[in-house]
Design a protein around this ligand. Structure first.
Ligand SMILES: O=P(O)(O)OC[C@H]1O[C@H](OP(=O)(O)OP(=O)(O)O)[C@H](O)[C@@H]1O
Ligand SMILES: O=c1cc[nH]c(=O)[nH]1
Ligand SMILES: [Mg+2]
Length: 210
């Protein structure tokens, strides 16, 4: 089912509050991103296809299952890297395909600087991870790239989104599911999410701009 899912969970609410706090230091910020990424991934992976297997326990044989699809985990550099480890912990067989995109500071338009997707053999389902969906430009560029690779099913996992970016994304890609912790109402003049949490990449990697 396509659509936008604002995941409701008290732990998400509490962790997001700490993420928003301007005084939260990078070490805690990274840890909070990991926690909410786990909760988002739990929601986003509920419909993954599995196939039946048999397992032999120490006592007997019984029914089991294993994943029946190739999962691609697609972090948008840099900030998306902060969400890779928790999702890989849940899906150790996932393939990680990095996409490098940064937002031009003057125009807020995405600029692609890294993509090594091979010709052919696309994954079955791609989970795009990026903590922030502001105008939606970066994630839209990533989805275009994945469709061009041939991926059939794409899901986006973001910590925070702006209403405008979500609306634009959903209008352009109605078949892509988006899982977010919260949709904030506004973008400011610099296209930052308000109330937001600031620059996620800088807060994860401890690279203050001034
Ligand atoms: O929805 P958008 O308007 O495109 O904005 C969101 C993008 O901006 C941030 O990346 P940034 O350009 O700061 O790069 P970084 O992760 O390397 O810091 C963020 O991690 C998203 O990729
Ligand atoms: O609010 C925003 C917008 C884009 N990128 C961020 O990291 N934060
Ligand atoms: Mg950044």
């Amino acid at each position: 089912m396509a659509g936008v899912y604002e995941v409701q969970h008290p732990l998400i609410d509490c962790h997001l509050s700490r993420l928003r706090e301007a005084t939260t230091r990078p070490e805690e910020f990274r840890s909070l991103v990991r926690r909410v990424a786990t909760l988002l991934a739990y929601e986003a992976t509920k419909d993954l296809a599995v196939e039946a297997t048999r397992v032999t326990t120490p006592l007997t044989e019984t029914a089991g299952c294993k994943l029946a699809e190739r999962i691609g985990l697609v972090p948008i550099l840099r900030a998306g890297l902060g969400m890779v480890e928790p999702v890989l912990d849940l899906i150790p067989s996932a393939e990680v395909w990095h996409l490098g995109l940064y937002r031009d500071e003057a125009t807020a338009e995405p600029v692609e600087y890294y993509s090594k997707l091979p010709p052919g053999r696309p994954v079955d389902t791609a989970l795009v991870v990026d903590p922030m969906l502001a105008t939606g430009g970066s994630v839209m560029a990533a989805v275009e790239t994945l469709y061009a690779w041939g991926v059939q099913r794409i899901k986006v996992l973001s910590v925070l989104a702006a209403q405008q970016g979500i609306d634009d994304f959903a209008a352009r890609f109605p078949d892509v599911q988006i899982f977010v912790c919260r949709i904030d109402p506004e973008l400011n003049a610099n296209k930052f999410i308000v109330p937001g949490l600031g620059d996620a990449g800088d807060r994860i990697f401890n690279t203050p701009q001034r």
